[in-house]
Design a protein. Structure first.
Length: 287
């Protein structure tokens, strides 16, 4: 009897694990279905996209990719280049400016440090739309409208409080004995930041870089506000040109370019996936 009880107890965890895996597989399919549908639609004609329910196209055609890439007045590659320039510059600005600000909050002592840190955290509760009009007026007076400057320059002024808070929590976990040993050897605060803190903070810096790249690449609202010239469009604004509310929309071209637009994000995430998981797991934990 005891053997039967033990056997039943051993089978229950196995069946429970199988049920959990089945449910997770079903949830994964449900989450991936929109992406698979978009990928399938990129190989179909516009007449087949909304009339057939099968994910597998009746015939594969690359016409949508060719038409979407070069069918506009400006090549879609130009939009890719604009987004790449803005995203790369934003990543560099966020990582450098936010890490330097976080180092000051986490490792240096100066009057009003706690007050300024609390004030910085308070900006997290401000919606972007609250500061939109004052920022637009400022950038208009500076003559920056219809340029990349409003999208890039604020990143070099440590304007993203989320990344600062993320890095502060990580920097606080680095032993202060390293700073004291470096100061005894004659290192300045700048050298401590650049030679000690930065090399030890690869996970959190990679996390900030990944999120910064994804958010900047996927941003639609800010480029819509500040960029008017089609030659300066990002990929998100370029995708909007395929949809015409008053005329005929090129749905297959839209889906084809949407697939290509997702590739840099997937590649960036997969390449830094290990550092992202490590940074998220260790941030905020006192080591």
């Amino acid at each position: 009897m005891s053997d039967l009880a033990l056997g039943g107890a051993a089978r229950r965890p196995w069946s429970r694990s199988l049920l959990i895996h089945i449910l997770l597989c079903i949830a994964s399919v449900a989450m991936l279905y929109p992406l698979l549908w978009m990928l399938s639609s990129s190989f179909k004609d516009d007449s087949q996209i909304f009339t057939t329910t099968s994910l597998w196209p009746s015939s594969f055609s690359l016409d949508a990719y060719i038409r979407g890439w070069s069918g506009l007045d400006i090549s879609f590659g130009r939009f890719f280049w604009n987004s790449a320039v803005i995203s790369v510059l934003s990543v560099i600005g966020n990582v450098l400016a936010c890490s330097l600000t976080a180092f000051a909050f986490a490792r240096l002592r100066f009057p009003g440090r706690n007050f300024w840190f609390a004030l910085m955290l308070g900006t997290l509760m401000l919606p972007y739309h609250v500061t939109l009009i004052p920022q637009y007026v400022l950038f208009q007076q500076l003559g920056w409208i219809d340029t990349f400057l409003p999208l890039v320059v604020p990143k070099y002024l440590a304007s993203d409080a989320f990344f600062i808070f993320l890095m502060v929590q990580f920097f606080r976990g680095i032993p202060r004995e390293l700073d004291e040993a470096a100061m005894m050897d004659g290192c300045s605060a700048w050298k401590i930041y650049w030679k000690i803190i930065m090399p030890l903070s690869t996970p959190v810096l990679a996390t900030a870089a990944i999120f910064s790249f994804i958010w900047t690449w996927d941003d639609f609202f800010a480029p819509l506000i500040y960029i008017n010239d089609m030659g300066s469009y990002t990929v998100q604004l370029g995708l909007r040109t395929f949809v015409d509310s008053t005329g005929k929309s090129d749905w297959s071209g839209l889906f084809a370019m949407s697939v290509l637009t997702l590739l840099p994000v997937f590649a960036f995430f997969l390449f830094f996936q290990r550092l992202l998981i490590e940074g998220v797991a260790t941030t905020g934990l006192k080591r």
